[in-house]
Structures are given as structure tokens and as C-alpha cells.
Design a binder for this molecule. Structure first.
Ligand code: BGC
Length: 257
């Protein structure tokens, strides 16, 4: 893959953020721009915000595509799900919409996949030779499975069924906030989730990201698991950095389908 500067854009529920990423350093090479997410978040309206961000960096964009994250399943440029976003994303040809609005090549990826690959390439699991599962605890639960440095996309392990419920509706950080749970009230819910996860996948390492991971010492040490479980390193930089990495990687490993 090329090792220049690549623009990463991370689409979140409250903000759309972008920065040029130095892929050698695995970090921002510029300031980060943040624009509030439009209330009615259709693909066209989000693409227009992404175009404003790309415009700000226009003099630094090279030949590589722009990496963009979205909290949805993405197969071959199409968004296929919308657990916590506007339903208009389901089956939208979102990558093409972004390319038309931005006027440049775009690689659209799942948000947790981007965060996960960033942690394995540059962060808490840097260079890990085995099976790493990165989970992001936010409004939902995102996941990335990376085996021997290779991402298995769209794992969606936040939607594992636990006791008849969609896991992210009972154990996410969003649930903690909504129900005003203390960390000690939240830990048993996380315990149930991560025990189930490790019994299904037997990872070598679990990495936990999302905003709440900055308080990881309040909950990770209280979990009893067979797998080592550690906080993410890149935190809110992971989506942007991972999107840029995946965009650059797509140049040498294009979508085969
Ligand atoms: C979505 C995933 C996303 C995760 C974190 C889930 O609800 O289904 O695609 O990665 O939330 O944003």
C-alpha cells in the first residue's frame, strides 16, 4: 500500500469528523474538522457534509480514495443495515452517492471495522499475530474480527442474541447512559456479553473501544474472562485512522466482486 497522506472521515450520530492521516505514523497529519451530523441523516445529506470536509483538505488530497466510516453493514459499497441510523441507508448505493457528491473515489467501511483495523495496525493490538476481536461500546456495540492482521468485515457481534435480546440493546454504553447505571451495575451485563463472545470465537485478545473506554479501569478489571481484555489506544482517532488505512489498502487489494 502507499504511504502518503489519506483523508479519513468518521460519521457519528452527533458529529462528522475528518482529518488527513499519516499512514506511516498512524496518526493525524492535520487538525481534525468536525461538523454536526444533520438531524435527518440520509446518505445524500451526510455525503454533502463529507464533501465540505473533503473541500477543506482539497490541496492535500492525493490519488488515494477517501476512507469513510458508517455505523452499518457495508458490502461492496452498499449499506445494508441501519440499527441506529436513518432507515434510508438500508440497501443504499451509499459509496456511489458519496463519490458523486464529493467528486472523488471513496471507500465506505463499517465504523467498527475501521476502528478495529486501526487498533491492530497502530494501537493497542499493534502487530498482534493472532485472532483479535475489537468491540466498540457506544450507542450500539460495534465489532471487528482481525485474524493475523486480516480483517473479516461486517462481523456485527453487537447483535449476538443474549437471553433472547439483541446484545447491544442490553449491554451497550448507550444502555448504561439511558438507564443511568453505575459501572458496578453495568459490569454484570458486560460480563454476560463478553463471556458469550469468547465462548463462540475463542479470540487471543479482546480490545474495547468507544468513548467509555477512557474509563476502562472502572469496568474492564472487574470482568472475569479467559481472554485478555484491554482498552483501545486510539479511541476517537481510530475511526478516521482506520478508514484512511482501509482506503489506502483498497488500492492494492481492490474489492474483488
Ligand atoms: C451497527 C454496526 C455498528 C455498531 C457501532 C451497530 O448497531 O449494526 O454496524 O458498527 O452499531 O456503531
Amino acid at each position: 500500500m502507499t504511504a502518503g497522506l489519506v483523508l479519513g472521515i468518521d460519521i457519528g450520530g452527533s458529529g462528522i469528523k475528518g482529518a488527513m492521516v499519516d499512514l506511516l505514523a498512524g496518526d493525524f497529519a492535520t487538525e481534525r474538522i468536525r461538523i454536526p451530523t444533520p438531524k435527518k441523516s440520509t446518505p445524500e445529506r451526510i455525503a454533502a457534509v463529507a464533501a465540505r470536509i473533503a473541500q477543506q483538505f482539497s490541496d492535500q488530497l492525493g490519488d488515494e480514495p477517501i476512507g469513510v466510516t458508517i455505523p452499518a453493514v457495508v458490502t461492496h459499497g452498499k449499506t445494508r443495515s441501519a440499527a441506529n441510523i436513518d432507515k434510508s441507508w438500508i440497501d443504499a448505493d451509499a459509496q456511489t452517492i458519496f463519490e458523486e457528491v464529493i467528486g472523488r473515489k471513496v471507500v465506505l467501511v463499517n465504523d467498527a471495522d475501521a476502528a478495529g483495523i486501526a487498533e491492530v495496525k497502530y494501537g493497542a493490538a499493534k502487530g498482534h499475530p493472532g485472532l483479535v476481536i475489537v468491540t466498540t461500546l457506544g450507542t450500539g456495540i460495534g465489532s471487528a474480527i482481525i485474524n493475523r492482521g486480516v480483517l473479516v468485515p461486517n462481523s456485527e457481534l453487537g447483535h449476538l442474541e443474549i437471553d433472547g435480546h439483541d446484545a447491544e440493546t442490553v449491554a451497550s454504553a448507550g444502555v448504561k447512559t439511558k438507564l443511568d447505571l453505575s459501572y458496578s451495575e453495568w459490569v454484570p451485563l458486560l460480563q454476560r456479553y463478553y463471556s458469550h463472545l469468547e465462548n463462540l470465537f475463542w479470540p487471543d485478545l479482546l480490545v474495547v473501544g468507544g468513548g467509555v473506554s477512557k474509563n476502562s479501569q472502572k469496568f474492564l478489571p472487574k470482568l472475569t474472562l479467559k481472554t485478555p481484555i484491554i482498552p483501545a489506544d486510539l479511541r476517537n482517532r481510530a475511526g478516521i485512522v482506520g478508514a484512511a488505512w482501509l482506503a489506502a489498502d483498497s488500492v492494492s487489494n481492490p474489492d474483488p466482486v
